[in-house]
Design a protein around this ligand. Structure first.
Ligand code: 3DU
Length: 227
């Protein structure tokens, strides 16, 4: 199941409790909105890679494996291959490691490849930010399906989204950093992103399904107001 280039929310599954993860996956099946699930290393370390198929079956949603793969080409390719075989529809690889790593993952042809271009945290300004434009152009020209841009820096999203969209109208842009890291729902989508990634502001609440639906509608309302 490929991710569609549509406005939506990617729910980051970074919890450690496997039962809770599966319960939220089941709840999201009936949630109103356009949702995708991203499984991070924290949950994978507790549950094992088999959690991908379990979450996919429970939710019926597309699944991203966020291993932030950043190793030599041979190892990166093996990790990605394991994730696809376990049920991932997309994997996230770091762009800064270079074109040989990204193309080794892409060469698998087993699903979507999403590359991190620039990150949300302050330290991202120390090294990655100065290379972000070049990383963006490289990954788009390599024909990847998606890129990760920082919702906490709306101006960077705007500039980088412009570069990405100039190179390819098909690639989707996903942007983490909503709520827990300071950005507001809609900040990235209003600046050219397709999906906003939300973790703690959904799974760390009393009613995670309701939180997901509320954030989705907040984003859609801001988009409507902007038109
Ligand atoms: O801050 P949250 O709890 O909403 O989670 C954000 C998610 O997005 C989390 O899975 C993290 O690994 C991922 N992410 C960033 O937070 C920042 C990035 O630059 C890239 C990915």
């Amino acid at each position: 199941m490929r991710l569609k280039k549509e406005k939506g929310i990617i729910v980051a599954f970074d919890m450690e409790d496997t039962d809770f993860a599966l319960e939220l996956a089941r709840d999201l099946r009936g949630a109103s909105g356009n949702f995708v699930i991203k499984v991070g290393r924290r949950l994978e370390m507790q549950a094992g890679i088999g959690i991908l198929a379990q979450i996919k079956d429970a939710s019926g949603l597309p699944i991203i494996y966020d291993g932030k793969i950043a190793d030599v080409p041979y190892i990166s390719q093996k990790i990605a291959s394991n994730a696809y075989d376990a049920g991932a529809d997309a994997v996230i690889v770091h762009g800064f490691v270079g074109s040989d790593v990204v193309s080794a993952v892409k060469a698998l042809g087993k699903g979507d490849v999403i590359a991190v271009v620039e990150m949300t945290h302050l330290g991202s300004n120390e090294f990655i930010q100065s290379a972000a434009e070049r990383i963006a152009i490289m990954v788009v020209r390599m024909g990847l399906e998606g890129v990760v841009l920082p919702a906490t820096k709306p101006k960077r999203v705007k500039n980088l989204a412009r570069i990405v969209q100039r190179e390819s109208p098909y690639i989707y842009i996903i942007a983490p950093g909503i709520k827990a890291q300071g950005a507001s729902p809609g900040d990235a989508i209003l600046n050219g992103a397709d999906y906003e990634v939300v973790g703690r502001a959904i799974y760390d609440t009393e009613e995670p399904k309701l939180a997901a639906e509320t954030i989705y509608s907040e984003v859609m309302e801001r988009l409507d107001d902007n038109e």
